[in-house]
Design a binder for this molecule. Sequence first.
Ligand SMILES: [Zn+2]
Length: 242
Amino acid sequence: MKRLSFLDHPIPHHIVYHPRRRYVSFIMRADGCVEIRSPIGAKPEKLQQLLANYRDHLPAPPAAEKAPDNAIYYRGLLYDIILKIVPACKAAFFQLQDDGTIHLTVPAQDTAASHFEECLIRESIELFRERTAHFCLLLSVSVRHISIRDLKTRWGSCSPHSASIRYNWRLIMAPPQIFDYIVIHELAHLHVPNHSQAFWQVVAQHDPDFRQHRKWLRLHGNQLFLPLNLSSKLKAPPGLSI
Ligand SMILES: [Zn+2]
């Protein structure tokens, strides 16, 4: 198997040497360039290799674009949002429609975005549980605890000692194969805790296209962090207040 090289998908970066620094750290700057802070003497090639190994844990580059107006990516497809205001409804909910719209029912317009986010988080918990159970069988691993977080800088994390996994709920907006890649990635850490070649071999067995999926996250991952853009111009079906 070909080793992953830094050159496969270059990450914009620059190196800053600090005389008193003892460890290497990576900082995602506002311009999307990674600042590598290093002790003096570390070779650039070595630092670039470290960065390549660490790339899955880098925060998404800052969002350069605005979220689509009154629309959202759900499982990789863009849906227009049709808002229904039902003041009596206690818990917000949404339904996917065949016509490419999402009907979102909320008690009030001013809290529609946060209600929608709560719905997406609830939905992502179900999906992560289901896909984790599915891949646990395939990878012959078991997980004791799954949690869903609003992780700012990661897509997921795994604590092999406690067999617990954390996922970023925003992956529900990504295509299903990207969602599954992160599940496979975290479960593979139960076999190999680091990002060595042995680790990527486990991932590749269950996701042969994992390189493309990692690349997708690097190129488009920042889109998943854009705030929902629900404006007052939201379409409402006739007869419903907005
Ligand atoms: Zn990892």
